[in-house]
Ligand binder design. Structure first.
Ligand SMILES: Cc1cc2nc3c(=O)[nH]c(=O)nc-3n(C[C@H](O)[C@H](O)[C@H](O)COP(=O)(O)OP(=O)(O)OC[C@H]3O[C@@H](n4cnc5c(N)ncnc54)[C@H](O)[C@@H]3O)c2cc1C
Length: 532
């Protein structure tokens, strides 16, 4: 029987990201995916900036950008009666605003899921040549006090033993079902069909390159989803009657709907595929049972309005991977793993709820229940607070008693901060004459960042029996702060320090010096790693 540390069920974007992250942390894993290849449908396309930060950490940012479109090729969101007809509204999403771009060293990227997954697969395979198996289905599993034993279909009766498992097996997760974990929320919001097509739409789109073209006609609510912005498109017909099964959508009927939405009767259209699906807004009541963790759509199934499903899933496994590594390598107590659900379940609920509000404001629902024209609420595609603002409260964070940064609208606004539980803020620094972001310092282990007069913190880190990197920032330190903004962004003094987790979230902060730096750091690390 093959033995690995972690079994990953599902080779969608979330399973593949889990494989990459675990390999980076030195954890052996086996990913099993029942299909022979990656997704042939361009479902998700909007990879938000927080996910791009994670992909940068994983070393695939450039490859993902090369597979996608640059931001200027998907600048707008357009509402129209048809592509050739009256334009109703054109917006630049708030995510592309100049102040939004300052938040991160990276920008969001439009990369269709069927282009993204091969990039992730290649990278996962290069890091774990024997750890990614397509055409292999998990058929059953059981768990006991020390691990999970799974049966796979590729070779009859083959069994695998793992210390832990991640269920990244999608919205209809059989693993979740077998664990008896219920879903809460709305199972069927509206029916839609996702069509992949070839048609040269250049004459109607080239002057207004957009990520989405919403078509609003009395009998047809549809969306053109930009893939290459020229002749390859996704196309959604929304609000189909609730009782159909999608079979009624023959290729000819799909092509007719595309022509109607384009407003071009003779348009040359080649339909490559059509997949009916039902939008839901449901979140699992738990993210963990025993040694099995839910991640991605298996944990939360949200409407695609806002583009959060894939992003939230990748961020789930980014949160989980370092914790599994720390526990498996005996650097943390098993209770650290409880913090995964404590941190990610509230995020999954909040994001699903906001995606649902987006859906309603865009008039998604059963036909007859929705307004004739719905142009979306102001928050739609302006969710900076949701993209960067995940703030955790759990055993893996030591609060410092400060309140969260004040914002008028936590969905649209994000205030960078060094407050424990929040994403460690980005600031440009200088190392050996080269510009780097604070975010480039994270991703392998714990990092202690101290102010220019915080040498005592670095000495305490050196004396710690728990390995961590310590860096002093500012004049005379390991890194320069050319813009002089680091202390302000992280809200500490030159004698202070911040401890950042491998996932780039702040674990603890001391605004200034303390009487015994070594004792304080030992206390904090033991608490964050559940070692007491
Ligand atoms: C039209 C549309 C547009 C979207 N747009 C966006 C967007 O812009 N941004 C965004 O973030 N999200 C978007 N999404 C959502 C996104 O597609 C999903 O959230 C994402 O695919 C979830 O990834 P996952 O890996 O969790 O699950 P999946 O992609 O569903 O992958 C699960 C995998 O598990 C495999 N599997 C299942 N059972 C087993 C088993 N027993 N053994 C082995 N393998 C198994 C399946 O074959 C599948 O490949 C969109 C979705 C749709 C439908």
């Amino acid at each position: 029987m093959r033995e690995v540390e972690v079994l990953i069920v599902g080779g969608g974007p979330v399973g593949l990201a889990a494989s990459i992250l675990l390999s980076r942390f030195g954890v052996s894993s086996l990913l099993v995916e029942r299909h022979p290849g990656t997704s042939i449908h361009p479902k998700a396309r909007g990879i938000n900036a927080r996910t791009m930060e994670i992909l940068r950490q994983c070393g695939v940012e450039d490859s993902v950008r090369a597979a996608g479109l640059p931001p200027e090729r998907a600048k707008f969101i357009v509402w129209a009666r048809s592509l050739a007809g009256e334009e109703l509204e054109r917006r630049i999403p708030g995510r592309a605003r100049e102040d939004a771009i300052q938040i991160s060293p990276v920008r969001n990227c439009l990369c269709a899921q069927d282009d993204l997954e091969p990039v992730l697969r290649r990278h996962a395979e290069s890091l774990a040549p024997d750890g990614v198996r397509f055409d292999t289905e998990l058929t059953s599993f059981e768990q006991d006090a020390t691990g999970v034993t799974a049966t796979l279909r590729e070779r009859a009766g083959e069994r695998v033993r793992a210390r832990y498992a991640i269920a990244a097996d999608g919205a209809r997760s059989r693993v979740r079902e077998a664990l008896g974990i219920a879903l809460h929320g709305t199972p069927a919001l509206y029916r839609s069909i996702n069509i992949l097509l070839n048609a040269d739409l250049t004459p109607w789109v080239a002057h207004r390159p957009a990520a989405l073209y919403f078509i609003e006609q009395p009998g047809l609510k549809a969306t053109f989803l930009t893939i290459n912005g020229v002749n390859r498109w996704g196309f959604l017909i929304n609000n189909l009657p609730p009782d159909g099964d999608g079979d009624e959508y023959t290729r000819a009927r799909c092509a007719a709907a595309v022509r109607q939405a384009a407003g071009v009767p003779g348009l040359d259209v080649e339909i490559l595929g059509a997949v009916p699906w039902v939008a839901a807004a449901q979140v699992a009541e738990r993210y963990r049972r025993g040694r099995v963790f839910l991640a991605g759509d298996a944990a939360h199934h949200m409407p695609p309005t806002g583009g959060f499903g894939l992003n939230t899933g990748v961020q789930d496994v980014h949160n989980l991977a370092w914790k599994l590594a720390a526990v498996l390598h005996a650097r943390a107590g098993p209770a650290l793993l409880d913090s995964y659900e404590d941190e990610r379940l509230p995020c999954g609920r909040a994001i699903t709820e906001q995606s649902l509000m987006n859906a309603r404001s865009l008039g998604r629902g059963a036909p007859g229940e929705v307004p004739a024209l719905a142009l979306g609420r102001p928050e739609f595609l302006n969710e900076l607070g949701m993209i960067f603002g995940a703030t955790y409260e759990s055993s893996a964070v030591v609060p410092d008693g400060t309140p969260p940064p004040k914002v008028d609208n936590p969905i649209t606004e994000y205030r960078p901060s060094g407050r424990p539980g929040s994403r460690a803020a980005h600031a440009w620094l200088e190392r050996a004459g080269t510009r780097c972001s604070t975010l480039d310092l994270f991703g392998r282990g714990f990092v202690l960042l101290a102010g220019a007069r915080g040498a005592a913190w670095c000495e305490a880190a050196g004396a710690s029996d728990i390995s961590l990197e310590a860096l002093r920032i500012g004049p005379g330190g390991d890194l320069g702060d050319p813009q002089g903004r680091w202390l302000e962004a992280w809200e500490i003094e030159a004698e202070g320090a911040v401890l950042v987790r491998p996932d780039g979230q702040v674990a603890w902060r001391s605004r200034g010096a303390v009487p015994d730096h070594e004792a304080e750091l030992r206390r904090v690390l033991r608490r964050v790693l559940s070692l007491s």
